[in-house]
Design a binder for this molecule. Structure first.
Ligand SMILES: O=C([C@H](O)CO)[C@H](O)[C@H](O)COP(=O)(O)O
Length: 180
């Protein structure tokens, strides 16, 4: 088997274990009357930014935590936190603070019993190998399998939201940056 096929098999196995019910519960929290904030560190943060961009394309008010133009979060907002380990301090601590002030939290993590999973109103478990847990086997480095699988999972989530909201590909295209 080629290396690429081995990687595709790994991704298929992980994404195949993501629960439709968990995706549906997360989808319910993402509505146009809410501001959506996005949080993640390192590569998890990069995957999360891809999700933020697509939410913008389908008409959401979305902010990435850590960007200079991101305002303060408030009660009634939604926070999407992405952490494979579910323990990264720079993700977990702001998520806990946000939850305390009445922000609804969607957590994406590899570990369904992690602190991030426990603090989330809706958790999506994406059980890919991470740097923190070698019980899930992967030929790839560190959290690569989680990163790839969470990217696909968030693409599925945005597709569900766009279908529910009746946003077409052409509408999304019209919102894409015209400054590239
Ligand atoms: O960048 C990362 C590292 O390269 C592991 O693959 C992680 O995404 C970063 O360290 C954040 O970790 P998690 O919060 O556990 O996703």
């Amino acid at each position: 088997m080629s290396l690429l096929n081995e990687i595709m098999d790994e991704i298929n196995t992980v994404v195949g274990q993501v629960s439709d019910n968990q995706l549906n519960d997360a989808e319910k929290l993402i509505t146009k009357d809410k501001r959506i904030f996005i949080l993640g560190a390192g590569r998890s943060g990069l995957m999360a930014k891809g999700f933020a961009m697509r939410l913008m394309h389908i008409g959401y008010t979305v902010f990435v935590i850590g960007e200079t133009i991101t305002p303060s979060i408030a009660k009634g907002d939604v926070l999407v936190s992405v952490s494979g380990s579910g323990t990264t301090k720079s993700v977990l601590e702001p998520t806990e603070s946000a939850r305390k002030i009445g922000v609804k939290v969607i957590g994406l993590t590899s570990n369904g019993t992690s602190p991030l999973a426990q603090v989330s109103d809706a958790v999506i478990v994406v059980p890919g190998a991470t740097k923190a847990d070698d019980s899930v086997k992967s030929i790839q480095l560190l959290s690569t399998l989680f990163d790839q699988s969470v990217h696909i999972t968030m693409d599925a989530l945005v597709l569900k939201v766009s279908r529910r909201d009746n946003v077409s590909n052409d509408q999304a295209k019209a919102t894409h940056s015209n400054m590239e």
